[in-house]
Design a protein around this ligand. Structure first.
Ligand code: NAD
Ligand code: TYD
Length: 357
């Protein structure tokens, strides 16, 4: 007899959330997932249409907003959730620069509404010690590094963009609910992800799509900014490990230890794709266009992942090179997915963000 656990996942139609649902349903046959997602421009159910038939009955989609108190109360009444894994957010730094308010509303307000609904249900159910509120957060809360060093769980918060400020605020609220009301939580702060189902506004999928279409490749500033990249499936395995084995009240940094400058990534993508598309060597690199820098652009992110590695025995499984090739292959095979997530509003965004840079 399988002991079924029902988990509330928010934002499960977005990039990491959808990958996590695929991963968790495959690896945890006793899980039932209720997936609450507003289906903003960044969320699309076709990312879950590929769930194997035998896993689908364990996934229930609820179209709704994490800011909707009544909806959350109903969901917590209908299900005795073993935990909440909270992905839902506005996630794109450039959009936060153009319009910060929705980042405050969703990332801060929405997280608080979800925390309160979780707390109410947790208290009503007699405060089960094994409940977990897992907040999925970013390394961007720590601000920018110089050429050396890496973020640890003790690094001070110093966010630069409206996006990272909103994620920092939401992290603080999660900790406050832990300290004030004893709500059992874990927080993970992860570095830049890449892989299948990532909305093509982020660096890697944007470049893949532009290389394919032979459009300019907009590199911000001099392209020397550095990010610590992690394949999304490695993030998923880390999330599952922390959700199940992490100590309540703790924070875990997650990163792949793969630092790359933006320009190096773009050049690698050009090389891989020239080969795959049968283009002359160097053809795609000629599309690189250095454009006006992002305001407040953090120079470097790097994660010290010693805590999750030592305490929870987690290791990334994919090399950066292999994961980048997998990602290119996935996009080339799934341009129908790209076309269907690119709505009219996305095209307006491209004009707004890139035309006059
Ligand atoms: P995404 O933008 O691809 O997906 C966000 C999802 O949240 C979408 O499905 C969207 O419809 C949903 N959503 C937005 N507002 C909502 C609301 N009010 N109610 C319900 N659903 C709503 O984001 P992602 O890249 O998958 O990131 C997921 C989480 O991981 C975010 O919290 C992000 O801050 C964090 N994170 C992302 C990265 C990364 O590299 N992408 C790295 C570290 C942490
Ligand atoms: P992004 O994918 O937006 O992630 P984040 O800002 O959360 O790290 O950007 C990754 C890096 O790539 C960042 O340094 C900004 C840069 N970048 C470009 O140079 N050109 C682009 O068109 C985009 C979207 C990003």
């Amino acid at each position: 007899m399988i002991n079924t656990e029902t988990i509330l996942v928010t934002g499960g139609a977005g990039f990491i959330g959808a990958n996590f649902i695929h991963f968790a349903l495959k690896n945890r046959p006793n899980w039932q997932i209720v997936n609450l997602d507003l289906l903003t421009y960044a969320g699309n159910l076709i990312s879950l249409a590929t769930l194997p038939v035998e896993h689908r009955s364990r996934h229930t989609f609820v179209h709704g907003d994490i800011r909707n108190t009544d909806l959350l109360a109903r969901l917590f009444q209908q299900h005795a959730f073993a935990g909440v894994i909270h992905f839902a957010a506005e996630s794109h730094v450039d959009r936060s620069i153009r319009g910060p308010q929705v980042f405050v509303d969703t990332n801060v307000g929405g997280t608080c509404t979800l925390l309160q609904a979780s707390l109410d249900a947790w208290q009503e159910r007699g405060r089960p010690a094994d409940f977990r509120f897992h907040h999925v957060s970013t390394d961007e809360v720590y601000g920018s590094l110089g050429l050396t060093g890496a973020f640890t769980e003790q690094s001070p918060y110093d966010p630069s963009s409206p996006y990272s400020a909103s994620k920092a605020a939401s992290d603080h609220f999660v900790r406050a609910y832990g300290r004030t009301y004893d709500l059992p939580f874990v927080i993970t702060n992860c570095s830049n992800n890449f892989g299948p189902y990532q909305f093509p506004e982020k660096l890697i999928p944007l470049m893949i799509c532009n290389i394919l279409a032979e459009k300019p490749l907009p590199v911000y500033g001099n392209g020397e900014n550095i990010r610590d990249w992690l394949y999304v499936l490695d993030h998923c395995s880390a999330l599952l490990r922390v959700f199940e084995k992490g100590t309540a009240g703790q924070t875990y940094n997650i990163g792949g230890g793969t630092e790359q400058s933006n320009i190096d990534i773009v050049r690698q993508l050009c090389k891989i794709m020239d080969k795959k598309l049968g283009r002359t060597a160097g053809a795609s690199e000629s599309l690189i266009a250095f454009v006006t820098d992002r305001p407040g652009h953090d120079f470097r992110y790097a994660i010290d992942a010693a805590k999750i590695k030592e305490e929870l025995d987690w290791q990334p499984q994919y090399s950066f090179a292999e994961a980048l090739r997998n990602t290119v292959d996935w996009y080339l095979a799934n341009m129908a997915w790209v076309d269907s997530v690119r709505s009219g509003t996305y095209r307006q965004w491209l004009e707004l963000n890139y035309d006059k840079r």
